[in-house]
Design a protein around this ligand. Structure first.
Ligand code: CTP
Length: 410
């Protein structure tokens, strides 16, 4: 039976439907959602009504279908009403046009206005022809939305409209339904329930009790990652070389472990790795160490010779011992031949995502509050994240992590 007002404990889902042939599958999704007891409010774009009937959705949903910003008998401002009361907005299918309008903040119909008027999680289920799906404009719009925390359930390969076959078919209603359930079960953000292990700072190698070999890392990018991951719902462990962890804003729910040398960082990361869904090696690891003198080296003995030894490559070891489904993110600090070196590092280290810093550029990398990075995925496609705060860069990195975790590691 239909209830006009949702019980406050019943999650309310706004089911947005854009104008594509996959709209017929949303009817099945609606039925699954209603059967599971969710309060579902359908919103169809005007084009969607060319593919499916308003009446069909009204008959199955918890309240009548809405298609317009105007003339709603229950409220004069339907977009803010829906946006504020939604626990989740699912757009299935999300067409290229809908994705573009949402990415650019356009609000020319009820569905896009509702998307702008909400801080509820949003799940997009794109559906379109392969050529459209592969357009850089579509992929860039999706990357923008992911960076803002929007979840995307990628389309599958299969039969498309007009007898074509390829990537672009909307995910099956059962798969969308399963993801909705996971999102709504204790949802705190796109990283809700995920354990994220992050290293930050620069390691220091003792030469003697007074002197160290160090690097210029301030730890800011790693700390920003930890804070943003926590905000996105993750359980975060931060392994840091910084002596005063509270010098940076570390929320109390973040577990902080202090290390100094590359070997200590290695041991802690290897120990904690099996328990983590995602590992981010933001720390700048000193590549060389020495056997330290137990007493201060006196200068009257002349210039000492330091016999340097390699430290363990922690990232490579983490990748070699990764468990199924674990996402591993590495950083690359480069000063020259950036693109070439980064690609070599991506292939060599075997990470899922490489965050590339040209540390010689102004305002970038070590000791700055801002950063500019290139994100290189396994597909070797480069996404540039232009100069912005290290928090905003963290958002871009973690949006990619959330999407990799949703899809499962390759
Ligand atoms: N890294 C690591 N262990 C090391 C050195 C680096 O885990 N001994 C990690 C860093 O945390 C970073 C990535 O590997 O995520 C790349 O670090 P980077 O200093 O850019 O490269 P290196 O591997 O040290 O190689 P090179 O210095 O020759 O560029």
């Amino acid at each position: 039976m239909r209830s006009a007002t949702p019980n406050p404990s019943t999650p309310r889902i706004v089911l947005g439907v854009a104008g594509g042939i996959a709209a017929y599958k949303s009817v099945e999704l609606l039925r699954l959602l209603r059967d599971a007891g969710y309060f579902v409010s359908p919103v169809l774009t005007p084009d969607a009504t060319r593919f499916v009937g308003e009446v069909t959705f009204s008959a199955l949903a918890s309240e009548p279908t809405r298609t317009s910003l105007y003339g709603d008998p229950t409220t004069p401002i339907p977009h803010t009403y829906l946006g504020r009361s939604a626990d989740l907005i699912v757009v299935a299918p999300a067409t290229a046009h809908l994705i573009a309008r949402y990415a650019h903040g356009l609000a020319d119909d009820l569905l896009t206005a509702t998307l702008l008027a909400t801080d509820a999680p949003v799940l997009l289920c794109p559906a379109m022809h392969t050529e459209m799906w592969q357009q850089p404009s579509v992929q860039e719009n999706l990357a923008t939305l992911r960076r803002r925390g929007v979840l995307v359930l990628e389309p599958e390969s299969g039969h498309l409209a007009g007898g074509d076959v390829g990537v672009g078919r909307m995910a099956e209603p059962a798969a969308i339904f399963e993801l909705v359930q996971r999102i709504l079960r204790g949802y705190r953000g796109p990283l809700s329930g995920r354990r994220v292990l992050i290293s930050a700072g620069g390691t220091r190698e003792a030469i003697d009790p007074v002197r160290v070999i160090a690097n210029r890392s301030s730890g800011r990018q790693g700390y920003a990652l930890a804070e943003v991951a926590r905000r996105l719902g993750a359980d975060v462990t931060l392994v840091t070389t910084l002596e005063r962890p509270l010098a940076l804003d570390v929320a109390s729910s973040i577990e902080v472990l202090r290390v100094e040398s590359a070997q200590q960082l290695h041991d802690t990361m290897i120990d904690r790795a099996p328990n983590s869904d995602c590992i981010i090696m933001a720390a700048a690891v000193t590549d060389f160490t020495v056997q330290p003198s137990s007493v201060k080296i006196k200068k009257d003995a002349g210039v000492p010779t330091l016999q340097l030894e390699m430290t363990p490559d922690i990232l490579s070891e983490l990748v070699a011992s990764r468990r199924n489904g674990q996402i591993i993110v590495g950083f690359a600090a480069e000063t020259n031949n950036v693109a070439e070196n980064a690609l070599k590092k991506l292939r060599g280290k075997g990470v899922d995502l490489l965050v590339v810093n040209d540390v010689s550029a102004p305002g970038v990398g070590f000791e700055h509050a801002t950063n500019e990075v290139v994100l290189l995925g396994r597909d070797e496609v480069a996404e540039t994240v232009s100069l912005r705060s290290k928090e905003d860069v963290s958002m871009a990195i973690l949006a990619r992590v959330a999407s990799l975790l949703t899809q499962g590691a390759p």
